[in-house]
Design a protein around this ligand. Sequence first.
Ligand code: AGP
Length: 364
Amino acid sequence: TRIEKAGYKHFMAKEIAEQPIVLADAIKYYCGGGRINLPEDLEFGALDRLTLVACGTASYACMTAKYWFESLAGLPCEVDIASEFRYREPPMPENSYAMFVSQSGETADTLAALRYARGKVSKIVSIVNVPSSSIARESDIALPILAGVEVGVASTKAFTCQLAVLLLLALKAGHARRRIDDDSLAAHLKSLAALPGLMNQALGREPSIAVMAAAVAEAQDVLFLGRGSMFPLALEGALKLKEISYIHAEGYASGELKHGPIALIDKNVPVVVLAPRDALFDKTVSNMQEVMARHGKVILITDPKGAEEAGLGTWKTLTLPDVPALLAPILYALPAQLLAYHAAVAKGTDVDQPRNLAKSVTVE
Ligand code: AGP
């Protein structure tokens, strides 16, 4: 079947907008009656370690998942990009799983990393959007993310669906390792089921994001900051902006700011701070004040309480609906994508086919 833009100006815009629907589909596929329906032979109970490997955006999904596997399941978790992992000869414990995340399922480095892990670990699991792909075929278990065909070179809906599947795996692991009881599992699944509704609300902020993006499009450099599970999203926000608007952008852990990147801050540098009002919010606010003291232009993306507590002095503030901390990386991905999209539109670049990039990187 031919995939159409369905009235959108770009595939990327359509794919961003589709996220509440495809995510709801994925959640329905994997959950029901307060339980998670993942293959029975995924046994996390006595596992020593998990190794997650991917490239680009998919690697940021893996980095986010590390926070979840560690905090929800107490499961040691290593994350690496495939092009480093495959050549490093990393030792892999026998009693461990290796997981490979790939939208296309054809990324050469990720496939080579999978082949490296073969025979070393007890199970090879992949999380893919294309179930007939090489990576899926060479895995012991291939889990579809059910995002539907993604045409835009900049990955959007595949990222949020990867996150949803990884979160379900972490919840399953937490349950198997007796850190999450039946009731709290059901509560987590209930809040996950409410996430598509919150995503719709976040998408409703598109007009104000477009205004911010027009201002960001004037910048030469942009920093993205996040703490905890929002740190990988800072990396993803920066990658998205670079890929399609060609604006130089870097993502940093908020706490790393004073270890170097703060030297870049002046009145011309927008700093996007991804900061829901969570346990670490106060620390992030103080990082933000350091930026403002150097006349950096803070774009704060937060929730109603965060907006109130951060006070005045930001350049722009975007308020998203409240969301459980665990789900924040999925919800906050949307404004990051929209910011990049509208900055690219403002610059007039080829959003769906950015220069020098291919949808699927099958060369090493
Ligand atoms: C994301 O916007 C990218 N274009 C890119 O980083 C991509 O995520 C990466 O090449 C991995 O692709 P895959 O998921 O198909 O393996």
